[in-house]
Design a protein around this ligand. Structure first.
Ligand code: GLU
Length: 445
């Protein structure tokens, strides 16, 4: 098999959400696992709703997820190709002008509904004579253009859904070009896929019907079509579809909420599968876990709590090198010993700041600490150098001297040394607090 070429084709009319990230990642992982290429294609033929800001934002979002496009193309720069393809379809007699207004089409649909017929376009425009067309044009009407479907069942072997088909006879001939000359998504997408040699079109299952139509356009223009895979869609926890327009779970908002990119990527890809609880650390590892043929067919629920859990789990196993520059960016020093001490207590990376602040002090010690006990403990505190054994040795001596054990022994020491009831293990924290601060914190005031 030649190396796959895939594309992710968002329209830059908003920021991408977790469901779009699923599409992007499934494409990327599929291509990269086989040494293929990933194209980022902006479907920005809607010049009113598409913006450069959204496009640039999407580039940032996918880069954050770890996706590195091999090429980026913009449909708004490729109209010549679409005009040429439309001309070819016209010359083949597959693209025909229609003059009905929206109102007229609506009336046709109502009449069909009254007769219990499906709302399929009746191809009346195919029967127009040259004089009738001229008369419409003289009235000031400009045509919209429909692609004439062959009335047959279009069949393909879907990478996700297996043998699939769409019965074209039950579809209206699709409008490819509006009366104002603008293109709907259908034709430009096919033209670009042909021109860029796209081998696999992996997209949401909301596009299955489009595939029936697009395969016919692929065949008309190039005699063949790419392979298709339609993955299940994501919903929110209550089962509602996600909307880019409403900003549901946008990648930008997840990043701003300090979620780990790999936690977001893992869940976007594995959601709904038995692997979804895995905190996967790299895209390579994630790529090895997905198999399009084994994706669930049912819609998958994206639950933010699940992401929270995965985020924490991932941080707990993240090594220092992976986060060093981000910690530096947050102004957090302390290096690897600090990271290894605190990572197990983080929900999000920026939580590390509160532990850095605690270590640096000053801390607020709670009231009511047992001064006599702390004085006894202080007297037994060894001199530096300290390591991870120091805490254990010291508290064994304090236990021996005071007769305290368990919570009565450890909690007052934790409260005095950190000001908090919970936190990272003290055997890691004590050397980071250091002797001078530890003595100060154990000294009653
Ligand atoms: N712009 C289309 C979308 O976002 C692309 C669909 C496709 O992948 O062909 O739905």
């Amino acid at each position: 098999m030649t190396a796959p070429i895939v594309r992710f084709a968002p329209s830059p009319t908003g920021r991408i959400h977790i469901g779009n990230a699923r599409t992007a990642l499934l494409n990327y992982l599929f291509a990269k696992r086989a040494g293929g290429q990933f194209i980022l294609r902006y479907d920005d033929t809607d010049l009113e709703r598409s913006t450069r800001e959204f496009a640039d934002g999407i580039a940032i979002d996918i880069a954050w997820l770890g996706i590195k496009p091999d090429q980026t193309i913009r449909q708004s720069e490729r109209f010549d190709l679409y005009h040429a393809a439309a001309d070819r379809l016209r010359s083949m007699g597959r693209l025909y002008p229609c003059y009905e207004t929206e109102d007229e089409l609506e009336r046709k649909r109502k009449r069909q509904a009254a007769r219990h017929l499906p709302p399929v376009y009746d191809r009346a425009a195919l029967k127009l004579t040259a004089e009738e067309k001229a008369a419409f044009e003289a009235e000031g009407r400009t045509p919209h253009w429909r692609f004439q479907l062959e009335d047959r069942s279009v069949e393909w072997t879907d990478l996700v859904r297996g043998p699939s088909h769409v019965d074209s006879a039950s579809l209206s001939d699709p409008v490819l070009i509006r009366a104002d000359g603008s293109y709907l998504y259908t034709l430009p997408s096919v033209v670009d896929d042909i021109e860029r040699g796209v081998t696999h079109v992996i997209r949401g299952e909301d596009h299955v019907t489009n595939t029936g139509v697009q395969i016919q356009i692929f065949e008309a223009l190039s005699g063949r079509s790419p392979q298709f895979g339609h993955h299940n869609l994501l919903t929110n926890a209550s089962g509602e579809g996600l909307s880019k327009r409403l900003g549901h779970f946008s990648i930008a908002s997840l990043r701003e909420a300090d979620r780990e990119p790999m936690a977001v990527a893992s869940l976007a890809v594995l959601v709904g599968s038995s692997e979804a609880v895995r905190a996967v650390s790299t895209l390579d590892e994630l790529g090895a876990l997905v198999d399009l043929a084994r994706l669930s067919r049912a819609p998958a629920k994206f639950d933010e709590h699940e992401l929270d859990g995965l985020n924490a789990k991932l941080l707990h196993q993240t090594d220092y090198a992976t986060v060093a520059s981000r910690l530096a960016g947050l102004g957090i020093a302390g290096g690897e010993p600090f990271w290894l001490a605190v990572r197990g207590n983080l929900s999000v990376l920026s939580d590390a700041a509160q532990w850095a602040t605690m270590l640096a002090g000053p801390i607020a010690r709670p009231d009511g600490l047992d001064a006599a006990f702390l004085t006894a403990a202080l007297a037994l505190l060894p001199a530096e150098p300290w390591d991870h054994e120091t805490w254990g040795r010291w508290t064994a001596e304090v236990k021996e001297a005071t007769g305290r054990k368990g919570k009565d022994l450890f909690m007052p020491l934790r409260l005095a040394l950190t000001g908090l009831e919970h936190g990272p293990e003290l055997k890691f924290l004590l050397p980071l607090i250091g002797e001078a601060k530890a003595r100060e914190r154990l000294t009653s005031v």
